[in-house]
Ligand binder design. Sequence first.
Ligand SMILES: NC(=O)C[C@H](N)C(=O)O
Length: 336
Amino acid sequence: MKRKKIYIAYTGGTIGMKKSSKGYIPAEGFLTQTVKASAEFNREEMPLFDIHEYCPLIDSSDMSPLHWQLIADDIKQKYADYDGFVVLHGTDTMAYTASALSFMLEDLTKPVIVTGSQIPLSQLRSDGQVNLLNAMYLAANYPIGEVSLYFNNQLYRGNRATKMHADGFAAFGSPNMVPLAKVGINIELVAGQLSPSISNKLGVTQITPQQIAVVHLYPGISVELIKSMMTDSLKALVLLSFGVGNAPQNKEMLELFNNATQSGLVIVNLTQCLQGSVNMGGYATGNALLNAGVISGYDMTLEACLTKLHYLLSQNLETETIRHLMQDNLKGELTR
Ligand SMILES: NC(=O)C[C@H](N)C(=O)O
């Protein structure tokens, strides 16, 4: 059988880093040489691959929407030449990039798997080798036509994943959705669907950086503080509320939200809880937000919500359309 071809977009992250006097920093050429020289990656059962090393390689804390655009455009340019794509990325903002790509890549039928590691390949006990090897293997043999995130034996939907552990190998979870696949002695497809037909056509929606505020409510939070964030250039505000979407019944705050939504600000209600969904009909404290024009983010992760807002706000859509689409399931990012 013809060996599949995988394109590896290597953007940076711990996986290819080396020690320096200031801590780990990206090391040019190191990962590419290591992987190319490794017998394991070149076994017959493995796909053929090309690695495109980005310049400069970055720690993912330095990622921005401009980088999401670079990665999406890169995949589009190479789309017809490869069977699948692996994006090597730092773990810190990996879930944001995976979510952003899931919205930006339109009519995707080939697998795009984002992965990385907690310990660099250059160090003892690195998780980089298994993560990359499995991601490449899955991209070649389990063509799930969506953006996913592979880490520690689990393949998650990209826009459902979130970083859960700062220093453990099980760095990611998907609190509101079962994984697409589990990797053990056998590979088990759970929610993942193999692409019924593969096409070489791919669309990319251009995104631009947007002014979006995130307010994490806490008992006694000052309304003045929230007000200070609501400048004229603000396009959207994500409210991280209590429980099923509740907020203090503070008249001044509700008035502030009401006036803001009436003048076109998109306010999305997400729960601070890691699992479960917003239901503003559950309590009077949530209902008051609904009456102030706040919309539900259902069970989206913050990463999915923020990147979806970037995606929609970049498209010259009417505010009402954005509000409507924010509450629709566009790429499997929410359950309703
Ligand atoms: N494990 C990692 O990759 C963390 C690193 N700081 C990054 O996100 O680039």
